[in-house]
Design a protein around this ligand. Sequence first.
Ligand code: AMP
Ligand code: GLY
Length: 423
Amino acid sequence: MNILLLGSGGREHALAWKMKQSEKLSQLFIAPGNPGTAALGTNLNINPNDFSAVKNAVLQNNISMVVVGPEEPLVRGIYDFFAADSELKNIPVVGPSKVGAQLEGSKDFAKQFMAKFSIPTARYKSFTSKNIDEAFAFLESLKPPYVLKADGLAAGKGVLILDDLNEAKTQLQEMLNGMFGESSSTVVVEEFLSGVELSVFVLTDGKSYKILPEAKDYKRIGEGDTGLNTGGMGSVSPVPFATAEFMEKVRTRIVEPTVKGLQSEKITYKGFIFFGLINVGGEPMVIEYNVRMGDPETESVMLRLDADLVDLFDGVAKGNLAERRCGIAPQAAASVVCVSGGYPGDYQKGIAINGLENVKNSLTFHAGTRMNNGVLETAGGRVVVVSSTADTLQNALIKSYAEVENFSYEGKYFRRDIGKDVM
Ligand code: AMP
Ligand code: GLY
């Protein structure tokens, strides 16, 4: 079958790499893709949020399945757009419906869902500018630090964690006054949870589910988890503290009730669920849901997924995922993200990348690159992800860190401590 994958980052390059190994795949199209995906299929210069352009591409290229990488088209309702279109309605979209995507698109929706199905998460209340006095009273009832979350999508920037009560009140007011535009017209205030985070990924057809390899990502720009938040500076899988016992708690207390809850609410959901979890004294709790795979987690997860990814997607589309084989390889995977100098602040684009072809023992996934007159150059904050597998996490990291030295561009930066905290 011909498949169209939407997105353009390292996540999509890794998904394309895995899909390419399937005998069920005929032609792969990626929109818009990047120079990495161009080596695996045909890039189409289309914005994934332009649904009518996506429709034309699907019809023109005889596409029989669409896989959605990023959250935005999902939150904007690409699933429903296909379901409602007479020419597209038989073409499955791997991803949740617009309502299902609210698990990521609205923190308030996600918290209400978790409360309804007794899924462990931080205690919370939601507020708008109409009940700011109650919001202040709720803040006063909590212990510091204080967690404030913009309800809507805010490009990963909508969460503030503050130590001081007065500062929390001020920032809450600012958020309600439009600090993140419409996204923060409702704010979720919640209790702070202390622990180590991990990401658990599930693929579901709405009835059954498969748990993919778990991963840990490193969000801060600086070593030792310091400095500003980024899209993610690296990832490892497996996560040593995610023992069989811990993962069984994740499955029974979090994954099962989520999939069953979606079903009982009659929410159509045929795609990935990303559980952002925190280990609080051995007990998993949900920090957030995302309705897509993580980046750079995918780059490590795909290396350990012992399955035919296209076969799994086919199971999602046909509603018989339970019958498909999905294993987890015993080896460890580690991904190191190389970013542009200055990121996550201002940075330059269009800097030539030299020597990527010298990387022989690891995979390189393109995150923010472009071709300019035959020269590969930087085109984003996160540029290239170097991903390796080995018998142990330590050896996978050694491999990635050795290969990271084999290519260069001006301003290249990466963290040297990925995985250190969990070994
Ligand atoms: P989110 O966008 O909900 O993932 O929040 C971004 C980051 O803020 C998370 O990855 C956590 O590191 C942190 N965070 C969010 N909620 C909490 C919480 N209740 N307690 C502690 N840290 C949190
Ligand atoms: N790595 C976290 C995310 O993709 O949201």
